[in-house]
Design a protein around this ligand. Structure first.
Ligand code: ZN
Length: 499
């Protein structure tokens, strides 16, 4: 009896093993791929089963196929994103993919099992993150198919026998024009209103491109992989605008185009200037884009040599986040929006990100209460914090045209200046806000804190457009991500220097 039972178990186990083998070898073949670790900068060989894709019954194919990894179907982000008529942005500096579709905004971070869907942190199924997979010499950012498709309003049906994922989506008959640049379009917009920024010219000198405007422009910089787009919002090409030739090892050309109201939400006139990168050049390493009071400067340089860094344990660091004002002290107030509320909303999002990364985080206030400036510094000192970051929003009563971000540090603190710059750069890149630079100031919270401390002025409440951004959940999330990225980079860099 016992023996027969054992035999039956063995047969079952064998059958189960056979089934697993049959499942593991998919009908479309197996690929040898390399998995890239964004944090470690290493490739690891792996194998993956090929998955076929269809969209509304038509085959959907890219140079790197969809594949199964860890039980989840991963697809190249650009292939599926563009097929579903979403806008796909790749932010090299932060390893993030931003998909903008009819249903909203999805932000996926490489190697992170949490996505942001309309600003809300959302776990990815089975914890399988967006990841870079290299196949046939091409590196592709791969994203979980079902999660992203459904977030973009498509349905997915899985056919186990053919390893095919069938996507169904209602797509508009005529696809909305993707904001692609048209080469060398001369300006021909009639009757551009006076309030619109004029882009007056472009010149190339000593490895730097200067784009001139008649005032401080509002521009967004987007890393598009083999090219970089600089969008000047509410801007038009001036009558005498002319392009220039570039002669540079990192740039192969520069193009420009005037766009209308259909190009960028909220901007009736947008000038897009596209910098085509030379083979092997990368926006993140070789270009620096700086907004100035009279335009934008783009300089090129060799990529900085980065040392492979020792992993740092986030648990070892305590970060104090200090939302400005509170209670009976609302800070600035414009259009019925109070600074204390903006400061707190951004701070809460920032704290969540830092805690998710494993850091110890303390807030000087987490609700709408008044806390004294000296009390805030005392709290951080008592906690023995490593970093103190105060969050504020700016106001310039008589300059409603002022936009952009400042990060302040105390004049006596070199590490404060380093943290300020570490935050300022990714923060402006991620938000696309005007970079007004870092500044020193003798603020109480910067002077009385014993650790490295900065104060971020996240934008101007006196500028209607920026105020609307600051009051919006999804923009606050971008601000929080930018600041978090800066804090983490700073702590890693300091740990590296100390080692
Ligand atoms: Zn303030």
């Amino acid at each position: 009896m016992r023996k027969r039972f054992t035999t039956a178990l063995m047969v079952l186990a064998l059958l189960y093993a056979l089934t697993l083998t049959a499942l593991a070898a998919g009908p479309n073949g197996t690929l040898s791929v390399q998995l890239y670790s964004w944090s470690q900068h290493t490739y690891t060989p792996a194998s993956a089963e090929v998955v076929k894709l269809t969209l509304n019954g038509e085959a959907l194919e890219g140079d790197v196929p969809a594949m199964i990894r860890d039980g989840r179907t991963l697809v190249p982000v650009r292939l599926v994103g563009e097929a579903l008529q979403a806008q796909v942005l790749w932010v090299q500096q932060t390893g993030q993919v931003i998909l903008t579709g009819g249903e909203g905004v999805i932000v996926l971070t490489l190697d992170s099992a949490t996505a942001l869907v309309n600003g809300v942190p959302t776990p990815l199924p089975d914890g399988v993150p967006a990841q870079v997979i290299s196949y046939g010499g091409a590196d592709r950012t791969m994203i979980p198919l079902r999660f992203v498709s459904e977030a973009l309003g498509a349905q997915v049906e899985w056919d186990q026998t053919t390893y095919t994922a069938h996507l169904t989506a209602e797509l508009p008959e005529t696809a909305p024009e993707p904001p692609e640049e048209e080469p060398e379009t001369p300006a021909q917009e009639p009757e551009v209103p006076d309030g619109v920024t004029r882009i007056t010219g472009m010149s190339w000198e000593n490895g730097a491109l200067t784009i001139s405007a008649d005032r401080s422009p509002n521009c967004k910089v987007t890393d598009l992989g083999d090219r970089v787009a600089i969008d000047f919002l509410n801007a038009a090409l001036g009558e005498d605008f002319s392009s220039c030739a570039v002669d540079d090892p990192y740039l192969s050309g520069v193009r420009y185009a005037q766009h209308g109201a259909d190009f960028y939400p909220g901007s009736d006139y947008t000038v897009r200037i596209v910098l085509d990168l030379a083979a092997g050049a990368a926006a993140a390493g070789n270009l620096t884009v700086t907004a100035t009071a009279s335009g934008v400067t783009v300089s090129t340089h060799a990529a900085p040599v980065t040392q492979p860094s020792e992993p740092v344990d986030p648990q070892d660091f305590t970060i104090v986040i200090d939302p400005g004002h509170g209670g009976d002290r609302p800070g600035a107030c414009y259009e019925d929006i109070m600074e204390k509320d903006i400061d707190l909303a951004i701070s809460l999002k920032l704290v969540t990100i830092l805690q998710n990364c494993g850091y110890q985080v303390i807030m000087t206030r987490s609700t709408d209460v008044e806390v004294g400036l000296y009390e805030r510094a005392d709290l951080a000192n008592a906690a023995g914090a490593d970093v103190f970051v105060s969050i504020h929003a700016n106001a310039a009563e008589n300059r409603p045209d002022y936009q952009g971000i400042y990060t302040y540090y105390h004049p006596s603190s070199n590490r404060g200046a380093r943290l300020a710059q570490a935050i300022q750069t990714p923060l402006c890149q991620i938000t696309g806000a005007v970079d007004r630079g870092i500044k020193d100031a003798d603020f109480v919270v910067l002077r009385e804190t014993e650790m490295c401390a900065v104060l971020v002025e996240t934008g101007f409440m006196t500028n209607h457009e920026e105020l609307m951004n600051l009051n919006e959940d999804s923009y606050q999330q971008l601000v929080a991500q930018g600041i978090a990225r800066g804090i983490i980079d700073y702590l890693n860099a300091e740990a590296q220097t100390a080692a």
